[in-house]
Design a protein around this ligand. Sequence first.
Ligand SMILES: Cc1ncc(COP(=O)(O)O)c(C=O)c1O
Length: 328
Amino acid sequence: MKADADQNLIVYFGGQYVPLREARVGILTHALHYGTGVFEGIRAYWDEAQQELFVLRPMEHYERWKQNCGVLRIKVPPSPAELCEITLELMRRNSLHTDAYVRPLAYKSAERVGVCTDDQDAFAVIAMPFGAYLPSDQGLHAGVSSWRRIEDNAIPPRAKICGAYVNSALASDEARQSGFDEAILLNERGQVAEGATCNLFMVRKGNLITPPMTENALEGITRDSVMELARRELGLQVVERPIGRSELYVCDELFFTGTAVGVAPVVRVDHRAVRDGAIGPLTREIRQLYFDASHGHVPDYFKWLVPVYKSLKSQRQDEGALLKANAS
Ligand SMILES: Cc1ncc(COP(=O)(O)O)c(C=O)c1O
């Protein structure tokens, strides 16, 4: 999905809440020429029954963003908690009552020619309505890309650096042109790194397997959530180890994880069916668990959610009162 935002959307830009049409940067902006920005992607899910919008793990996203900004020496003064507040305020000002996506972006903002960076930094936060990123309900067809994943010592893939996404864009474009839904990138050693915009998991012999970060993958927050759900709720063993290309062709189940894609089953790779070509049972279970946890259906995972319109704290108090009333 490509989301074209409404120009009246209120965004946080230059330290103020302004309509998107007024949030403009100059043509000589450093980041526009050299890719010297760092971004994040955060999801919020609307739960109809609770009439609530839940922002998913915003503190972890903002902590990662600030760390990643440090890689490019971009300063973002607000704390993660203050950035969460800005995010909630944006959602309220835009009256978002639907699934949404938050895009924080920090960048080198000097308007002059010259690749060397200086001290001029800026940041913005945009929150917009956003549905499914990939049509994954029936399972995706992924293709191994001819493009290799960028190396940590070239442009660190863990850092969500704007310029690094040329690598993802080339791979995604090639995949779409070849009729695939998403690309899988190998690293320079020929091992599986990740999808163009998501991490990758494989099921073999009942174990959940994913490449370690050292294979040049992003330290995904959804990856981390899925690992916790798989271990705690399904008692699965989660193994981080290298995956060879041909192992994708003989595995039992395969799925992508990411803020935008959620948990997205892969049912074909390079024109070969994954097992019988149907969504696998563990993938189905993990996808459902992730949906329930991210929509505020599972008290154990309220810790991941920040509600926009009602505090979960008061919800918990309501539940406590209800339990007491039922016990007496
Ligand atoms: C290249 C890449 N890998 C993995 C991910 C998944 O990371 P997360 O689950 O933190 O969104 C993303 C999305 O942000 C990504 O762009």
